[in-house]
Design a protein around this ligand. Sequence first.
Ligand SMILES: O=P(O)(O)OC[C@H]1O[C@](O)(CO)[C@@H](O)[C@@H]1O
Length: 447
Amino acid sequence: MKTINVDIKDVLSTVSRDDINRLEGEGAEALDKVLNGTGAGSDFLGWVNLPTETTEALLDDIIACADQLRATCDTVVAIGIGGSYLGAKAVIEALSDSFAAYRPGVQGEPKVLFAGQNIGEDYLYELQDYLKDKRFGIIVISKSGTTTEPAIAFRLLKEQLESQLGIEEARKRIVAITDAQRGALRSLATEEGYKTFVIADNVGGRFSVLTPVGLLPIAVVGYDIRALIDGAAEMEKATSEANDQNPSFLYACTRNALYNAGKKTEILVNYNPKLHYFGEWWKQLYGESEGKDHKGIFPAAVDNSTDLHSMGQWIQDGERTIFETVVSVEEQKYDKLIPSDEANLDGLNYIAGKHIDEVNKMAELGTRIAHVDGGVPNILITLPALREKYLGQLIYFFEKACGISGYILGVNPFNQPGVEDYKRNMFALLAKPGYEKETEAIQARLK
Ligand SMILES: O=P(O)(O)OC[C@H]1O[C@](O)(CO)[C@@H](O)[C@@H]1O
């Protein structure tokens, strides 16, 4: 079975095997909390057995719904923010042609666009303008059903779809994914009679990519969600014991040893532009899970070799408080060789006949050596290829490691109390009903 691999040898000049091994006791307790629900936030462990417990019936239902949207729409807008957006975006980007957005739409292969992940007036204006002559559908995703950004986008696009198609037809092209009972989106979906999928209470947004939240948009583009779940199920099985053969356990113990050694920022590094959004998904997963009680590794991400020409200087030579986790993709989908040129005016003939990826891999290896020599420890994660199964493995690997790592750190990895503060201020500033006292207080501060 081909699988992802974690290699920690390039951290050992910063932390020793003993430093890592010393965390294995805490790591074993942390894994036990994740597996047996004995730690803080244990109401949110529904993701742990999700891959092996996902039913064929649910996958059939998601695929049937996706097929329905594929048959009736040339564009599907997935509305959501944070965990209700980033997982689907990450997987779709990883699997898609880099220029898919610029290719003409093909019947039965709708383009999936995203909205509700920002409050950009121009973004929404331009999206609506683009959709004017499109046969579009909507997947609206919000676990709480009350998040402002997706609610605004949905209000606009629902109105547009209804005016383009009529209310009855529009209802057939809207799918809502939300809580089983609670929230404004659940009430609205019931009232309008939309097709719905449920986000289980015990699965937090940032752990929800392997639920309909991620699976439906991914299936709409035509990717194999069964293979994604199969890969995750393989990793679920491979991460159940507290030893170094468990890649999540190894990664969680290693990154905590590095944190204890003063490495406060982790940079997720890719050498494949298709993994940009995987970095964004990972940042939410680790940032919301670990950044609390004034602790936690700061999760950052770079896309190399692009960012070697911008952030590379800082990483090589700046403050030595960082480490890197490199996600390296072994096999590429296509072959492309560097041509020979008789005049050789650009001096590139020394690499003529080589695969582009061979050059990329040397950039990767050269950078890893330089960064390790420069005092930046590296964890190396190898992914056999950008395919559904391996992405499923990678997703689950990071989720399991995140639960273990958060418990080793000593925080509740499954809440996010800090994100409420900006919302309270925003609601106060917008004079939302129910926030009268906060409105008064914040206005007084601004005088
Ligand atoms: O799915 P919802 O409830 O709209 O939440 C979206 C995102 O907002 C947050 O709750 C933060 O505000 C994230 O944890 C979550 O992924």
